[in-house]
Design a protein around this ligand. Structure first.
Ligand code: ARG
Length: 269
């Protein structure tokens, strides 16, 4: 994670970003720190990457890379406003002993690449280049399933779909092309489906450790569905970061030592 010390909305690269609207960096920092502390209290280790001035979106660590088995495929951003984040995160990985390869095509890391137990679900349409999917498949030796995003408000896969554990996901169908919706139905017939209202408050930009799911309280129906499915929903408020088009999941890049475990950690309800 990377603290939003230099957070502001000074440009617009997605429809949520309105540079004329005021932002409150100290409040963003307080909300971010609550998320960090919550993850730590759940037993997760959180490494903090030093923020750099002039990179207001650097708080969205999830976009910096995809990490599986300790191997890093580092991001290549679509927009020049974010390309300064590339060397900043690569430096952190290098200093911490990770072998890093930078993507050859536009690839916004876990914004668009979501590893599950058996495959990587990969988004394209607004940010990550379709060709980056084959590159990721090759780099990690895993099958990659391409999903086409069609609604600019859900410009990254992680705004429209969350991996809950190795085989379960939740998603908002309206964010995907008809073909991708059909594919998701086939691959995940038991998925939790989000309605438009819950998707619009970034309910799908959730962090799941297979047991706890951190998401905004305003995602009311999703919260109920998660509880009914045996997960423990935990409310987090990231209203400031929402002004930049990001929420919980965007703030945390997972350093997977291996693929999500195949064992179920939660009790059936
Ligand atoms: N302002 C950032 C952008 O548009 C927000 C990124 C949010 N991150 C995410 N994983 N969806 O690039």
């Amino acid at each position: 994670m990377c603290p939003p010390e230099h957070f502001e909305v000074s440009y617009s690269i997605n429809p949520w970003m309105e540079p004329d609207k005021p932002t409150d960096a100290p409040l963003a920092l307080v909300q971010w720190d609550r998320l960090r502390a919550r993850l730590v209290s759940l037993g997760h280790r959180v490494d903090v990457v030093p923020p750099r001035p002039g990179l207001p979106d650097m708080v969205f660590a999830a976009n910096a890379a995809t990490v599986i088995d300790g191997r890093v495929l580092a991001a290549r951003y679509r927009h020049p406003q974010r390309s300064g984040e590339e060397p900043a995160y690569q430096a952190w990985f290098a200093e911490h002993g990770y072998p890093v390869r930078q993507a050859g095509f536009v690839n916004e890391g876990e914004g668009d690449m979501l590893p599950t137990g058996a495959r990587i679900l990969a988004g394209t349409g607004f940010r990550t280049d379709h060709r980056a999917h084959a590159e990721a498949a090759d780099h990690f030796g895993l099958p990659v399933v391409t999903l086409h995003l069609v609604d600019p408000y859900f410009y990254h896969l992680d705004t429209a779909l969350a991996v809950l554990d190795h085989e379960e996901i939740m998603y908002y169908p309206g964010a995907f092309s008809p073909d991708s919706q059909a594919l998701l139905r086939e691959l995940y017939p038991d998925a939790i489906l989000a309605d438009e209202a819950d998707a619009a408050v970034f309910g799908l930009n959730a962090i799941s450790d297979g047991e706890h799911v951190l998401l905004p309280q305003s995602a009311v129906h999703l919260t109920e569905s998660l509880r009914a499915a045996g997960f423990t929903p935990i409310a987090v408020d990231l209203s400031e970061l929402l002004k930049a088009g990001g929420a919980a999941k965007c703030c945390a890049l997972e350093l997977r030592e291996s693929l999500p475990s195949t064992e179920r950690r939660r009790e059936p309800s």
